[in-house]
Every structure is written in structure tokens, then in C-alpha cells.
Design a protein around this ligand. Structure first.
Ligand SMILES: [Zn+2]
Length: 181
């Protein structure tokens, strides 16, 4: 079987063929092919300035924002307000793991280092963020957070699953990986 693939880029009102490639099953594709790089591109929201960027999925750790030059993805835990959370859910190409917590909650504070460790272990391909439900009570209500800490995993803007109660880093990572495949 021969596969044939053509890629069209929009240029004004005209569509022009940007790349074309064909290959036979089992033949393999040349690494670094422009077409493959295009497929690996993801839309990423800059956590610093909220601009939409396009970044190579295979080099997320090095990607910086075209507008403000801040890193687009990393292993830092993000502090989410409604604006950034909504922007990520609407436009960002990475899965998002949210820790709903509050400063008065002992188990939440105890889990904080485990959540940061989970961010390092999961790497730049998964975003980890925290929502302070005391500061952002409307978000806690909107996402129907019944108890804290609650971890919720979002993909393509939709909640995939949630877990309540403090967990060690290894359990957080295993749970996220089981959902993300
Ligand atoms: Zn930016």
C-alpha cells in the first residue's frame, strides 16, 4: 500500500501546496521531514502573557513565547486564576492537571511538594497548575470541588477524571499516566 499525503497552507484566499510526500508501508520516513515537523506542532498558550504560540511537540522544554520570550512549557507548577485557566482550557494543546487547594488545608500544604515533584516527573508535556479555592472561590464552585485537595485532569478542555485526597508524587504520576495513555 502506498500512502500519499499533501499539505496545503493558506495564503490569503489561495491555498497552495506546501509539501507533499508519499511512502510505502514499512518504508519509513526520513527524520526531520518538514511534513513530520508540521504534524508535531502544538498550539501552546504562554503562561506569562497568554499569547497563542505554535511549538514543536518534540522540543517543548526549549520552546519560548514569540511575544514575551518566556518558556511556553516546563516543569514549574502554574498558579492559575480564572483568566489563565480558561485560556488554557480553550486553546492550549497540552493536558492540564489542576490541584484545587486552600492555604488553611493541612493535607493540601503537605501535598504541595509531591505535586511539584510530580510536575518534574511528568515533564513539559503535561501542565500542572494550582487553584487556590480561597482566593478564587468562584472557580471552586464552578468546578464543583467538594473537598480539598482535589486533583482534576483536563484534556482538550474537558475534565477527564478527578481524585480527592492527598497523594504522594508517585501516585499522582501513575494516575495521570493511566489517563493519558
Ligand atoms: Zn508570552
Amino acid at each position: 500500500m502506498v500512502y500519499h499525503l499533501a499539505l496545503y497552507m493558506e495564503a490569503g484566499t489561495l491555498a497552495s501546496k506546501a509539501a507533499e510526500i508519499s511512502w510505502s508501508a514499512g518504508q519509513g520516513l526520513a527524520p526531520g521531514s518538514a511534513v513530520l515537523i508540521f504534524w508535531a506542532m502544538k498550539h501552546l498558550i504562554c503562561p506569562a502573557c497568554h499569547a497563542v504560540n505554535r511549538a514543536d511537540e518534540t522540543r517543548l522544554g526549549q520552546a519560548v513565547c514569540g511575544k514575551c520570550a518566556q518558556p511556553l512549557a516546563g516543569i514549574q507548577v502554574l498558579h492559575l486564576d480564572a483568566l489563565l485557566l480558561d485560556r488554557l482550557l480553550a486553546k492550549d494543546g497540552l493536558p492540564l492537571l489542576v490541584d484545587f487547594w486552600a492555604p488553611w488545608c493541612g493535607p493540601c500544604k503537605k501535598m504541595a511538594p509531591a505535586f511539584e515533584e510530580a510536575a518534574r516527573l511528568l515533564g513539559p508535556g503535561v501542565r500542572l497548575g494550582k487553584v487556590d479555592t480561597q482566593e478564587h472561590q468562584a472557580l471552586g464552585a464552578r468546578f464543583q470541588v467538594q473537598s480539598i485537595p482535589t486533583l482534576a485532569l483536563f484534556r482538550d478542555g474537558r475534565e477527564v477524571d478527578r481524585m480527592s485526597g492527598a497523594m504522594p508524587a508517585g501516585d499522582i504520576v501513575a494516575w495521570a499516566k493511566s489517563l493519558l495513555g
